[in-house]
Ligand binder design. Sequence first.
Ligand SMILES: [Zn+2]
Length: 205
Amino acid sequence: MSGARRGAGANRSPGAGGPSDAGRPAGAGVATDSGAAACPPAALAALREAIALSARARADGRHPFGALVLAADGRVLARAGNESAAGDDPTAHAETVAIRRAAADHGRRALAGGSLVSSAEPCAMCAGAAYWAGLGSVVYGLSESRLRGLTGDHPENPTLDLPCRTVFERGQRPVTVHGPLLEDEAAAVHAWFWQRTAGSGGGDP
Ligand SMILES: [Zn+2]
């Protein structure tokens, strides 16, 4: 499992705890690093489902990303694949679609303390959405940095390579982050996808 290969601090923001943070009050939103061992088994199972959703999105001609939102008790509140390149909503990443769907179907309170499980690390927008939705944790497969290596300069996916931990570290409440996990499985869905001829626009995540 590739996630275990990376050290606990390997995905930490370069600036975390560094000189750039001097003088800045320590926020409550310190994200937690953890490997597969610390990730609840149910969350790993959900991550495999998110990866399956990403494969389904690809099979449907959409960008290969998938996400689920789980309630604090582990119930699945919503599932989604990426819809940003297929429709007219450029913000319809799998994560934002799943969060909006979960809130619409179950009410925003149902999301409190829940989890966002995504086949790829949430971009800055999606990490922000998770924060504002009140979710308590994020589980992801493919890291943004590895995704960027896969997408290159593809015009449909100018990957925003900012670790989600960096976003959460600036928040005022903690968000626990588990990832990257099952990264090779998540990456396999992207094989050769970004080498194709560019189609309709819309970047993600
Ligand atoms: Zn996103």
